[in-house]
Design a protein around this ligand. Sequence first.
Ligand SMILES: *Cc1c(COP(=O)(O)O)cnc(C)c1O
Length: 354
Amino acid sequence: MKKHNFSAGPSILPQEVLQQASEALLNFNNDNLSLIEISHRSPPFIEVMDKAKNLVKELLQVPKGYSVLFLQGGASMEFLMVALNLMKIDGKAAYTNTGVWAKKAIAAANNLGEVAIVGDSSDKNCNYIPKGYKIPEDVNYFHCTSNNTIYGTQMKEFPTCPTLMVCDMSSDIFSRKIQVSNFDLIYAGAQKNMGPAGATLVIIKDEILGKTGRKIPAMLDYITHIGSRSMFNTPPVFPIYVSMLTLQWLKNLGGISAIEKINQEKAELLYNEIDRNQLFEGTANKDDRSNMNVCFLLTDNSKETLFNEMWNDAGISGIKGHRSVGGYRASIYNAMPKESIQVLVDIMQKLEQN
Ligand SMILES: *Cc1c(COP(=O)(O)O)cnc(C)c1O
C-alpha cells in the first residue's frame, strides 16, 4: 500500500496524476512514443506547454499583461534572476527575512545591489511573520516569501507595496486564492505543490522588465524566455507535463476556491490535535501558522522512540522536522488526502492513551 507521504519537497502528487504520467512515459497520446523521447518543438508537446500555461492563467485568473513561464534552476535560480532583472545599477531592494529560503534570496540580491531588510523574524527562529513594517518608496522592488516551508509560517495578508511586489510562493502556490494583480512577479519551484522538481513557474508583469540599465545574459533574462515562449532551450518536458496533469486535476476538483476550503479543513484537523493533546506543541505563532507545513514538537522527549515507531508502523513517511527547527513537520500540500492526516491524528491520540 502507498505510504502516507508528508514529505516537504519533492512531495506528494495525486495518485491519478502519477498513473497518467507513468502511462505517458511509455506511450504518449497513443503515438507509440514516450513523452520524454519526442521533440519539444513537436505539436504534441507544444500543446502540453500551452495547456499548462493556460491552466495556470485560468486557475489563478492571471490578468492581461502578465506572462507565464516555465523555467529551470528551481526557485533558487529565481533568487538570482529576480535581482538581475529588477535591481537597477547601484539600486536597492527591500526584503523580508523570514526563513532559510528568504535568507538565500537576500544573499543573491546582495551581489547586485543594496538590500534593506524591512521585516525580520530571525530573532525568534523565524516562528512568526513580521507585520506593520514600512516598505521604503525608493527601492526597486520588495521581495517576500508567502510560506516558510521549513518553519511552518505563512503570510495571511500581504502588505501594501509602494514599489514592485515580488513573491516566492514555492510552497503555497495554488493552495489558496491570491490576487495576481497585486504582484508584479511570482515564482515557485514545481516540487512542492505542482509537479516534479525541474520546472519553475514564473508569472511576471511584462511592463516591469528592461529597466535596470544592466546587460543580462540571455539565459537569465526574462525577456528572452517571454520572447521564446519558454522554449529558448529545451524545456524540462516531463516536469511540465506532470504539472499540467496536476493543474488539470485541481481544475476538475473545483479549482482554487475548492482546494482552499479543503486545505483549511485539513490544517485545522491537525492543529486542533496539536493544541488539544498535551504531548504536543506547535512551533509557529498561532496567527501565522501555515496551512501547508505543520511544525510541532513532542513535549515529553521520553516518548520519542515510541512515537516514531508508531507512525512508522502506520505507514507514515516524511514527518521528521528540518534540522533548524527539530521535532516534526507534516507537509500537507494540495494532494495530501484528509484521510492520511487522520491517520497521523489517530497515532497522536494513541500515544496519549499509551
Ligand atoms: C523549496 C523552496 C525553495 C527552493 O527551491 P529549489 O527549487 O530547490 O531551488 C525556495 N523557496 C521556498 C519557499 C521553498 O519552499
